[in-house]
Design a protein around this ligand. Structure first.
Ligand code: CA
Length: 234
């Protein structure tokens, strides 16, 4: 009997996205793609409305067109930056370096040219920026993994790990909050999911937890996700 396929890995999670775009068809297209990816879009067609909407609802990410009627995208970006560090992805009609630099100097996190426009690329950037901003919001300073020297430490305290435990911790901690199915962990630990059973993963996790706890990292650092697998909590 072949093992069941692992469930698809979760995306960075649903986000409330403010779309600032004065071209209705483009705004609708972006909203459709965002909804399809599980996000909640809110569209506004000018800069003043964008600032008002953001002030009231504090979105998780702003997709901001550069050329807007009234207050332009750069001014909106500059004003948003006085309010918060919300991730901002600028959209501009031209793949012009000056536009790109101006946006980044105003504090935008990323930039996408609208010609040619690729909603898929926009969604890939949205995902990357969300992931980055969430990782930055929860930095994991206490844990140090030195793969070259095959060692790990918690707050400078050496964790005495087996090579498999080190690989397991490295995999989980590389993306805090991401849930790894047991079968996937098993494959990464042994290179071949048939060489061991998923129970082996549980046993490695148990030992890893004990060692983390002994080093003062607490017992909930590696969370069990019932019926699925494990995830590292930063
Ligand atoms: Ca425009």
């Amino acid at each position: 009997m072949s093992p069941p396929l692992p469930p698809p890995l979760p995306e960075p999670g649903p986000a409330h996205v403010l779309v600032v775009e004065d071209e209705p068809r483009l705004a609708a297209l972006l909203a459709d793609y965002l909804r399809a990816a599980g996000h909640q879009p809110e569209c506004v067609a000018d800069g003043a409305l964008a600032l008002q909407a953001y002030t009231e609802r504090r979105h998780d990410l702003v997709l901001l067109d550069l050329m807007l009627p009234g207050l332009d995208g750069l001014s909106v970006c500059r004003q948003l930056r006085t309010l918060s560090a919300v991730p901002i992805v600028m959209l501009t009609a031209r793949a012009d370096e000056a536009d790109r630099l101006a946006g980044l100097e105003m504090g935008a996190d990323d930039y996408i040219a609208k010609n040619p426009f690729s909603p898929r690329e926009v969604m890939a950037r949205v995902k990357a920026v969300l992931r980055r901003s969430r990782a930055a919001a929860f930095p994991d300073v206490p844990l140090l993994i030195d793969e070259e020297r095959r060692r790990a430490a918690w707050l400078g305290r050496e964790l005495d790990l087996t090579p498999i435990e080190l690989r397991l911790l490295g995999t989980l901690a590389a993306q805090p909050g991401r849930i790894y199915p047991r079968a996937q962990l098993l494959e990464q630990l042994h290179g071949d999911a048939r060489a061991a059973t998923e129970r082996a993963v549980d046993s490695h996790v148990k030992n890893l937890r004990r060692k983390l706890e002994q080093a003062g990292a607490g017992s909930e650092r590696i969370r069990s996700v019932y019926g699925v697998g494990y995830c590292y909590e930063a």
